[in-house]
Write a protein that binds this ligand. Structure first.
Ligand code: BGC
Length: 243
């Protein structure tokens, strides 16, 4: 099945048609900068522009940086607060004229990694962590997702973990990889103590630079970069729409 996968991020909105059987992108991805403040209508217009660029009329899966229940955004950390309570499935479907399905962005990335990437064949507890503007989490056990976990907001030193250990925090505080790895390690140790997972997978744009910080992480749990790198979000959004 072919589904247009779209990943709405804090800095960019990216999309490409995906073959949901293989997880392959069927065309080069198209990226547009996220409109300032990420308000609902301008974001929907960008999604429409991406769909039009592929002459798309079929189903669209959209990974979105918020917990999503029945298509409704429940909370807004790195997007406009005006999203809270909005039926985003409906808004995107009306603007694009296509059948749109929303899913949390980290859940999307996790679904893709479990199907086609680093989590393939892993039956224990797997935690996908996406490091970007925020920190996203997706938890799987025996291949099943527990949706909408929000452990990027775990409290560390009185602050949201994502405020200290996201990729945006690394850039904002101009951290060396060594200093960043130290902060990330503290976060991952806290997650390890809470869940005792069998595997951590690290995704987000930063995953293509994983060799700069993953070797500095000192966990008992194995930790690997996302195999689909930053494309996991697009592929997983398409998979979620298929489901
Ligand atoms: C949001 C999550 C999202 C994560 C990554 C957090 O701020 O609350 O829903 O998955 O950022 O984008």
């Amino acid at each position: 099945m072919e589904v247009l996968g779209i990943d709405v991020g804090g800095s960019g909105i990216k999309g490409a048609p995906v073959d949901t059987k293989t997880g392959n992108l069927l065309a080069e991805r198209y990226r547009i900068k996220t409109p300032g403040k990420a308000e609902p209508e301008p974001v929907a217009q960008v999604v429409d522009k991406i769909a039009k660029s592929f002459n798309w009329t079929g189903p669209i899966g959209i990974g979105f940086p918020a917990p999503i229940k029945s298509g409704v955004a429940m909370m807004a950390a790195n997007i406009s607060p005006n999203w809270v309570g909005v039926n985003a499935n409906k808004l995107f479907s009306e603007v694009t004229g296509c059948d749109c399905t929303l899913v949390n962005d980290a859940d999307a990335a996790g679904l893709a990694e479990m199907a086609f990437g680093a989590g393939r064949g892993q039956h224990g507890t797997v935690i996908m962590i996406t490091l970007g503007t925020g920190i996203g989490t997706a938890i799987f056990h025996r291949g099943k997702l527990l949706p909408n976990t929000e452990f990027g907001h775990l409290e560390m030193k009185g602050q949201d973990a994502e405020y200290r250990a996201s990729d945006a925090a690394r850039q904002r505080d101009d951290l060396t990889w060594k200093k960043y790895a130290k902060r990330l390690n503290k976060y991952l140790l806290a997650m390890e103590k809470l869940f005792w997972p069998d595997l951590f997978i690290v995704g987000g744009g930063i995953s293509k630079e994983s060799q700069k910080f993953l070797p500095l992480i000192t966990l008992e749990t194995p930790i690997v970069p996302a195999k689909l790198l930053n494309e996991a979000g697009i592929v997983g959004a398409a998979l979620a729409a298929k489901r």
